[in-house]
Design a protein around this ligand. Structure first.
Ligand code: BES
Ligand code: MN
Ligand code: ZN
Length: 502
């Protein structure tokens, strides 16, 4: 059941729950006061009779409504001092509100909001939390439970502005949901060819141009590094190129603009290959296409909100398997760039796929900058855990733009070092580059970035986001496969909106 969200000046539909905001010391907003009056001061009486709920930020209180009321219940949201609340705090409250509405069994809610930011961002937090991945549950379709939140009507004086802000936020959320869906798909269902088909199905109707290269086309073009990684699997590799021309300047007769380029690692399952991973934890490697999922989700968000930007995306889709056909540690491969790569370990596969994608996108589109996203190294998780995404950038001004987009979106980026030391460490004795550094696992995230730097051409502005930690939600249950976040879509959407739209 899809959640229907709307913004109105006065309620348009019936609801079982009224959600009202209370500031510190139980001060009611104008909207809350009206509901209170309409219900014979029921809420203020209730508040006086108790002393636990004080309208502090993050406090919630559910009260059953009196029998004369149109509502079944009131849910009070504590805002604390509203002057201290920013977009992010409203989204956190919105997320909590969703859980509380669900526990209460609410199906239809009116949310009385005081202003545009509150209205739009509480709703965004709620929408992001409402995400579910239950397609593999046999009884997921509108069945016995029947108690899911179906409608969330935001009632506010600022309804026009709030609706407008939420158009953008809603598009971002839809892109994030697509990224999450892709990561959450099991690898027997999502493999390179099926992934490519989903991209076509999802994005083509939105006006995004798609090219899919099968293994023959990849061979013809010279994607030998990406092909090498996929050789061990019977699921053959694919490359998907996506183009969004939002400036309208690529129409016939007009000069082409230089696009922004986004590159995603799409290893649909990473067993490690012949350097096979240990048994415990291998199941988590279905997330190894999180970078590709973020690029696809980003393209969807841009198209949904009709972004006035020109963007190309490329994803390298492969499965890394051990077999008699698999590539070997010590193989030397000629990448698309012409540079030869000495394979030190078949589990360092993502960088090989990215190398060819980086070369292709740069040589074909001469983009003004290129940003790649990849669940590239366990070392990145060791360094920064689940909340910060390690970001390697070769230009300070590009970093400044990414940092401000990070602050706006709430997706946290942390700058990591790109240094000649790491780049040099990746020079091989017998080939042009080697796939592991001489320091072994030490500085593993940095040497991986140093490897990629060998494939950046013409001093092009470039950022590499290692999303190994941030692609999924941290969980206290170590044995379950953790759910996806869709990380990357939101920060990059804001990055484009702030600096690259006409
Ligand atoms: N996909 C993994 C990185 C990874 C690990 C992502 C854990 C998310 C969680 C990558 O392909 C990999 O296996 N990296 C190796 C590199 C090593 C062989 C240099 C690693 O991190 O151990
Ligand atoms: Mn690997
Ligand atoms: Zn991998």
């Amino acid at each position: 059941m899809k959640l229907i969200i709307s913004f109105q000046k006065t309620p348009k539909t019936k609801a079982d729950t009224a959600v009202i905001g209370i500031s510190q010391k139980n001060i009611m907003s104008g909207a809350a006061e009206k509901i209170n009056e309409k219900n014979g001061e029921f809420i203020s009486h209730h508040l006086k009779k108790q002393n636990k709920f004080k309208g502090k930020k993050g406090q919630f209180l559910t009260i059953s409504a009196p029998k004369e009321s149109d509502y079944t219940r009131f849910i009070l949201v504590g805002y604390g001092d509203q002057d201290l609340l920013d977009q992010n705090s409203y989204e956190i409250l919105g997320g909590k509100l969703f859980s509380i509405l669900s526990v209460a069994g609410c199906e239809r809610a009116h949310f009385f909001a005081d202003n545009e930011i509150q209205a739009a961002h509480v709703t965004m937090g709620l929408k992001l939390r409402s995400y579910k991945f239950d397609k593999y549950k046999s009884r997921h379709l509108d069945d016995d439970t029947g108690s899911d939140l179906r409608s969330f009507e935001v009632v506010t004086e600022a309804h026009t502005k709030a609706r407008h802000s939420f158009e953008t936020l809603g598009s971002i959320a839809e892109g994030m949901f697509l990224a999450r869906d892709l990561v959450n798909e099991p690898p027997n269902e999502l493999y390179p060819d099926s992934f490519a088909k989903i991209i076509k199905e999802q994005l083509e109707p939105l006006g995004i141009e798609i090219d899919v290269f099968d293994e023959k086309k990849m061979l013809k073009l010279g994607f030998h590094a990406a092909l090498a990684v996929g050789m061990g699997s019977s699921r053959l590799p694919r490359i998907v190129v996506m183009r969004w021309n939002g400036t309208g300047k690529t129409a016939k007769g007009k000069k082409k603009t230089t696009p922004l380029a986004f590159v995603g690692k799409g290893v649909t399952f990473d067993t490690g290959g012949l350097n096979i991973k240990p048994s415990g934890g291998m199941e988590e490697m279905k997330l190894d296409m999180g970078g590709a999922a973020a690029v696809v989700g980003l393209m969807k968000s841009l198209a949904l909100r009709q972004s006035k930007s020109d963007v190309v995306g490329i994803v390298g889709l492969v499965e890394n398997m051990p077999s008699h056909n698999a590539y070997r540690p010590s193989d030397i491969i000629q990448s698309l760039s012409g540079k030869t790569i000495e394979v030190m370990n078949t589990d360092a596969e993502g960088r090989l796929v990215l190398a060819d994608c980086l070369t292709y996108i740069q040589r074909t589109y001469k983009p003004r900058l290129v940003i790649d996203l990849a669940t590239l190294t366990g070392a990145m998780m060791m360094a920064l855990g689940y909340d910060y995404c390690g970001t390697f950038v070769n230009k300070d001004d590009l970093w400044a733009q990414l940092e401000s987009a990070s602050k706006e979106s709430g997706e946290k980026l942390w700058r990591m070092p790109l240094d000649e030391v790491f780049k040099k460490d990746m020079v091989s004795k017998i080939a042009d580059v080697q796939s592991l550094g001489n320091m072994g696992r030490y500085a593993g995230a940095c040497t991986a970035a140093g490897f990629l730097e060998h494939f950046i051409e013409d001093d092009r502005p470039w950022a590499h986001l290692d999303i190994a930690g941030t692609a999924w939600i941290k969980s206290d249950k170590p044995t379950c496969v953790k759910p996806a976040t869709g990380f990357g879509v939101r920060v990059l959407d804001r990055f484009i909106a702030a600096h690259y739209e006409s």
